[in-house]
Design a protein around this ligand. Structure first.
Ligand SMILES: [Zn+2]
Length: 399
């Protein structure tokens, strides 16, 4: 089964015991690069890295053990503290170990405004940092809340520990958790190595913006439910795609009807990743012809008993999507050119998403939808959104 993102968080999923007992290894690896010039790829010196990480761990161990220097520490005691320091993070430490020992591949760090990226391709690292920063800025500029920490982006993380592919391919994940030092935001991607060719999931713009959407919602409201998270993240993904100049040009030139299935409504369609994954012998399914993961242009009925958060999220995300598409048509009917209508709808919906996410009680789909309606200023849009929500059987308050 392929999921778009095994989204994890301290709220509902801690994979390796209590990670707050250990130190996230990416912190040790990437934090020293937080002061380098922005968006300039720096090659990691693997020999130095090994020493630096060792030294940092030792510094931490000795401090925790109350010795001045590692050499003055009882070796048995030091080992015990070391084991506790990496508690919960052993696979990631192994991943970094593999990376250091891989003499064929170079690795680069790019320091962004809101992100710090590790990748074997310096240009991709730069692109990921710039795109992440731009999405974060685009949404959080509408709020007084600030991203608490830089997002670590490791686009090959999920693979490093799994050289024999691919029984467990997750496309990407976002992790928010606490380690011994503080809060961590991490976006990790997967790549499929098919005949030596790497296909990195985060190269897919929808996947990256979806994961960044989770970070944005965590910042605005750490109490949101899983299904609200998925709907919010997909909304960030489609609005980010719809805001690109080349997308707007394509919509106008090809006269695309946004209310029907199209490249904006199809999450992940703009990437080769999912298609190539489908071609992989392990995944080849003759019945599965689609080249996207979720399509928001649909009429998905709200089911409170649905367990799968991705399926459950569709009633809300498709309400948001369809209302956005219908609102553009309405704006055009008032005489606005299509380009202006799209841009206005994009801004309106980004504002509404942020404002609604900040509402303290918006923990589930009905509460989110109701609060969204209350935040709408334009009575016509209020009408459009209410109609779409009711059509999908989301309980809407009549007052
Ligand atoms: Zn997600």
């Amino acid at each position: 089964m392929i999921y778009s993102d095994p989204y994890t968080s301290t709220l509902n999923f801690v994979p390796q015991g209590d990670r707050s007992l250990g130190i996230n290894p990416y912190r040790l690896l990437l934090d020293p690069y937080k002061e380098i010039p922005e968006y300039k790829p720096i090659e990691i010196n693997k020999k130095l890295l090994r020493e630096e990480i060792q030294q940092k761990l030792y510094e931490y161990f000795t401090k925790a053990a109350g010795c001045d220097q590692p050499t003055k520490c009882d070796p048995a005691k030091l080992m015990e503290i070391k084991m506790n320091t990496i508690k919960g993070y052993t696979p990631e430490f192994r991943a970094i170990g593999n990376m250091i020992n891989d003499s064929n591949t170079k690795h680069y760090v790019v320091n962004g405004k809101h992100s710090i990226v590790l990748d074997s391709d310096p240009e991709l690292a730069k692109k990921l940092a710039q795109e992440t920063d731009s999405i974060i800025h685009d949404f959080l500029k509408r709020s007084s809340k600030k991203l608490p920490t830089k997002i670590y982006i490791v686009s090959e993380e999920l693979n490093i520990n799994k050289p024999h592919l691919p029984f467990e391919v997750g496309v990407a994940k976002h992790v928010r958790e606490k380690d011994r030092i503080g809060m961590i935001e991490l976006i990790a991607g997967e790549y499929v190595d098919k005949s030596g060719k790497r296909i990195k999931s985060l190269e897919n713009q929808d996947t990256l913006s979806h994961e960044v959407g989770h970070v944005i919602l965590e910042t605005l409201n750490p109490e949101a439910s899983r299904e609200v998270h998925e709907a919010f993240a997909d909304s960030v993904a489609f609005l980010t795609q719809a805001s690109k100049e080349e997308s707007i040009r394509k919509i106008i030139q090809q006269n695309i009807d946004l209310t029907k299935t199209n490249f904006i409504s199809q999450i992940s369609e703009n990437s080769h990743y999912y298609r190539q994954l489908q071609e992989h012998p392990f995944y080849k399914d003759p019945n599965d012809k689609k080249d996207y993961i979720r399509n928001l242009a649909g009429n998905y009925v709200y089911d409170p008993k649905e367990d799968n958060p991705y399926k459950k999220s569709l009633s809300l995300s498709s309400t948001i999507y369809s209302s956005w598409a219908e609102y553009i048509k309405y704006l055009q009917s008032t005489g606005l050119p299509k380009e202006v209508a799209i841009k206005k709808a994009n801004e309106t919906f980004k504002d509404l998403l942020v404002k609604t996410a900040e509402t303290p009680e918006n923990i589930d789909i009905p509460k989110f939808a109701n609060s969204f309606i209350q935040n709408i200023k334009d009575p016509i849009l209020k009408e459009i959104f209410t109609k779409n929500a009711i059509q999908r059987k989301i309980p809407i308050n009549s007052d």
